[in-house]
Design a protein around this ligand. Sequence first.
Ligand SMILES: [Cu+2]
Length: 169
Amino acid sequence: MKTLKHVMIAFFSLMMLASCAKNEKEKTENKTSKKKVVAVEKKVDKIKSFVITGNDVMKFNRTEIKVKSGQKVKITLKHVGQLPVNAMGHNFVILKKGVDMAGFAAKAMAAKDNQYIPVGSKDIIAHTKLIGGGESDSVEFDAPEKGTYQFLCSFPGHYGMMKGEFIVE
Ligand SMILES: [Cu+2]
């Protein structure tokens, strides 16, 4: 039964892709819309959420995040300390493969006016806002291709302590 359901879902997904444009009018047909709901729920299920905290002593609570390739990912950064953003600001930045972290951090340091994110940078997969104690911010993105990526806080001087691996399997 389960297999049959999967086959039906897969089949319907294909159908939807193939006939998205011309199929609009057929939406009203009962059978079709039922299956459509299943497909949409499937999609929502795929979002993988993580919470990572940063504190007043420059520490993330985790140094590894694992996801699957193509998965929708939501990462929430929570600053669980009390210090203000200008003294102990944190963000969460995932770098593209092969980007040198020290080099990126040096460029970030010069981007104070842009929350320590180099303007127009092509080195970043995703990042949150820069936040202070008690604040939080989330970012959503699609997991990139398989591999190990590095994440860091780009506030000046933090990346030595605040970094980790974002692993896509
Ligand atoms: Cu930080």
